[in-house]
Write a protein that binds this ligand. Sequence first.
Ligand code: ADP
Ligand code: MG
Length: 438
Amino acid sequence: MSTCTSYDQWLQFLDFIKKQCSAIEFQNWFSPIKFLNSTDESIELEVPNIFVREYLLDNYKETLSLFFPKKNNGDLAINFVISESQKRTKCSFKIIQKPKLEFNRQYTFENFIEGPSNQFVKSAAVGVANRPGKSFNPLFIHGFVGLGKTHLLHGIGHYIQKNHKKIKTKYITTEAFINDLVNNLRNKSVDKMKNFYRNLDVFLIDDIQFLQNRLNFEEEFCNTFESLINQNKQIVISSDKPPSQLKLSDRMIARMECGLVTYLEMPELETRVAIIQHKAQQKKINIPNNVAFFIAQHIYNNIRQLEGAVNRLGAYCKLMNLEITEALAENLLSEMFEYKPQTKISVESILKSVSNVFEIKISEIKGESRKKEIALARQVAMYLAKDLIDESLMKIASSFGGKTHSTLLHAWKKISEKIKIDNTLQKQIQIIKKNLEK
Ligand code: ADP
Ligand code: MG
């Protein structure tokens, strides 16, 4: 099929599109396109980069086919030419010309051991690394310290460096970003810095919680963020809290929530054992399986500590020329160990005990009522379940009448704060715990 392919037709297309999309979208995606030439069979357009082409084809294929010629097989007959000047000039900021990626060599996807607690987050990270800017944007990863957030951010960086060589990626901690901004303000080179960050394709920013209470920096960060997102550039953020719990502006929180928010939790026992074995193997330490189990049973809040235990055990045994046994591990690592009550505690037993102490029916605790005393009993039950049961948060939450892990986490945080100031609540919780250990 042949439609009109003249320059006029191109202008008509632009007029049509202008009415269809926002001014910013038009400015970002359509203004930079140049009409080069056309024949009866095809049209040639110059685009600044491959993303503009992908964006057009992903979002405006049908509109394009109303205006421009198609091949016999129905495909659009548009030749996209990547702009030469863009290829050459890019940006004068020195890091752009010589992208230097400094990722921890160990923090690769291959070295990230999967289990039910982190599988979803890992596949989201792999998805983003495979198709930056096209799957989840921004990807927000939150979780407590030592659970692998930085590892995954570096993993994305490694993967992109290896598989998409031309993509400009920058990993930075929020603290380093702020320092960078301070230095550039001092040297009056903020524009260069802005130019640098806004020309990235992938921006990996670690520990965003450090942006809290830094009003001046938050605004600059938010502008950078918006500029990148508007160009469909990939952003990945890590944090120790979910966006809604960060003390940042509503604008910033809304931006961070509009992609995919994921949560890393402590891996279950089997995964912890696998992590111990993996770390031991990397360091050529031979840890018998029963010892790995023993360590994993007693360290369950932080993978960095798990790693520390492997290192200490390995170093000691090499120095002393000893074999690694459970008794030796207990001796050497006991101060790192955390002890949980021996009796098996379940969500059901917690509900029963909370129900007794608060005098509220189990069905009400599991229900949806927002009455103050019921909601408090529910939050206490969730708080205890998170602390006392060695299961994934998702699984525990579902035992509360199908609640989500973020509800559980929210309840845990709320009660943790409340017991610091509420003596009665503190006592009630002590009684429930005592009853549970009987
Ligand atoms: P965070 O940034 O969340 O505080 P890190 O990414 O620094 O945590 O991880 C702490 C340590 O634990 C790192 O050495 C990392 O390699 C290791 N680690 C975390 N999760 C895993 C995992 N799933 N598999 C293997 N190692 C892990
Ligand atoms: Mg970290």
